[in-house]
Every structure is written in structure tokens, then in C-alpha cells.
Design a protein around this ligand. Sequence first.
Ligand code: PA5
Length: 398
Amino acid sequence: MIKYDFYTYTNLKKEQVSKYSSKIEKIKEIFQKKESMLDWVDQETTISEEEVEDILASSLQIKKKADVFLVIGIGGSYLGAYSFIKAFSNYFEKKDCEVLFAGYSLSSYYLNDLLNYLKDKDVVVNLISKSGGTLEPNLIFDRVLALLKEKYEDITDRVIITTDKESALMTYAKENQFKTYEVPRNIGGRYSVFTTVGLLPMAVFGIDIKEILRGIHDGKEDVAFAYEYAISRDLSYKQGKKVESFGVYEEKLLPFTEWLKQLFAETQGKQEKGILPISTLNTRDLHSLGQFYQDGEKILFETNIKIETTNTIDTFKYHLTLDEINAKAVDAVARAHKQGQVCSNIITLDKISYYNLARLAYFFMISAAVGGYLLDVNPFDQPGVEDYKKLLKESIGE
Ligand code: PA5
């Protein structure tokens, strides 16, 4: 169950939302016509039933033969799966088949430690890159591939490539007889969490991907809320609130805010426009950033994710469970921040479940795209990111 509240701790008025009706009608037409890069809106154009069955079968085989399933990717090619897997990870237990991530940085410390860690493990690697030409994952993949070749005589069943059907990477994968998955043409990286990109790593980790699909299917029921949220963000932006802070009160959801940051920053931050997304983990950050939120310059608004119940640990002192106190903290902070002229949207989940998180992610994807159209920018390109990719490649002589 998900509840959306864009009113209690904000200054939003229904009349303000109604004034957007003609703009919203035009945006709805774009969605109905399914103009370019909108295939993620419908499940049938996101992932086919055959792909789902294939992913389920592959994930079983991978779990049988691997101690580590290493996902190599950056940006939208890893953040979706990463954030879902972290949300459902036990804080302390390790799984028989761990899902690890690499290729999202150029840290030599990380790569050294990783290669050492993998030496005595059975490994299956999934390189994910829609373009197939991104520097970071390709560099890391080369080193991991060299390790696999040292460890195994035959590596054909140890490498899986997920990429665009016409990329050079796909040609390379086919030449080497690696298993491949396609990234749908009309779905960009940050909208690809529910394609083969996100679902294979999730399935290997043990997430029930059919529940995920049920969540995005039912997410369509929240589209009106997604529009309302997009309007409320647009109004905040026009009132000079140029920063949105995504707040969570459960550390398992912090990586989900990393996914949100990519989704909103790359969708809206262009043509010198856009809201800068940042994130907080509370109540931890109430003892640091909280000071600024309450008392500092009035440049931000918040969107907080509240979880009603996760566990039922009693706090002996107050006769309330820890979750109850945590939920009260969300409301108390929103009240305090509103007094400090910082508005908060509150999204409440009854629990962190596969279904809820998928439905919530779908809500945010619709909101981000609508927000892009409201700002009059193309929600689905990322020219700034492409500039950096090009300049880095040039500077190292590629
Ligand atoms: O949203 C996007 O398109 C980007 O952030 C990409 O996901 C990121 O740059 C990685 O690109 P690729 O999958 O082509 O390696």
C-alpha cells in the first residue's frame, strides 16, 4: 500500500494544480501517442514474457554455478538493480551467490580489492551498457575478463552481455558466443530498471521479479498522483526552490535515492533549468544537514519516504515500536521544517516489499518525465553526460 500526501506539509492548493490542466492534457497526449523513448510506460514494451522466463531460468543456473554474480555498469545500467538489491539485503548476512557491482567508478583501490576477492570465487559476469561504448564499465570488464581467462579454460558460460542490439558490444558478444540480452531501443538508461538491465541482477539476487512486474502494472493506478507531484515540484521550482531533498528514514532505501538523483537530474537538468536532487538518511542527517534545512537559506523542498512497518521491535521506554517512533519522526520533522518554510511531500509505504518499491519507482519515473515536459526540455536525452564521456575519451587518446 502506498499513500501520497503533497498537501499536509506544503503550501500546495488544489486550485494551483487545476491551472495546469491544459499543459497536462498536452503531456497526456504525448504519453498516449507513445512518442519516442516512452516504451518503459507499458510493461509489454518494457519486457516480454519470454524474456522474463529466460531471466528466471538463467538466474537459477547462475546461482548454481557462481559464488559471485558481478554486474558491471554505470548510471542507469546499474543503479536500478543496485538500489532494489540493497533495499532487500540483510544488513549483515551474505548470500550463497552474492551480487556485486563494478564499473561505476575508476577506483583502483576498489578494482584491486575486487580482483583479489574474486580470485578464489566462482564468478559469472554481466556487462551492461546500452551504448556498449562507455569507458568505465569497458575498462573494468577488460580486467575482470583477464581474470576469468586465467581461472577458466572456457569462459563462454561465465559472461553475459546486456546491450543494444546493434551496438559494437553486441557484435563482440555474438562473436564470442556469450549469452546476450537486449536493452530496448526506446528506453533510456535511467528508465531501464524494469527491462533485462535491472531484472536479471534482481532475479539472481532472489527478488521475485513477477512481484516487481505486478507493482509496475498497478503503478498505472498512481499516474494521477504522479502528475500532481510533478505539478507540485514545478510550482516549488517557480517559487525559487531549486533543490529537492529525497529523504529516507531507513538506510536500505538510501541507494534508491541514488537512483532517484540520476532519474531527476538527467531528466530535468538541462538548458540551464532543473531542480537539483540531493538526498538524506534520517534521522542521521537531522544531526548535520537538518540544521540547514530548518534554519538555512530557503532554497529547498523535501520529498520523504515513510515506512509504516518493517519490524516490530519494542522500545521498552516508550511502549512504542521503533518503527512507530521512526514514523513519528517523519511527521515531526515535516512539521518543524514547515515552520522553517521548508515544505515536505510525504510518501508512505506500509512496508518495503518488491511490489511497493516497483510501484513507487514507476510513480517517480512518470513524475520525472512529466516534470521534464513541464520544463520544456527533452526528458530523455543527456547531452551533458555525453559531453563528459566524449571529453574523457579524447583526453586519454581514444
Ligand atoms: O540514463 C542514461 O542514459 C545514462 O546515465 C546511462 O545509463 C549511462 O551513461 C550509462 O550508459 P551505457 O548504458 O550506454 O553504458
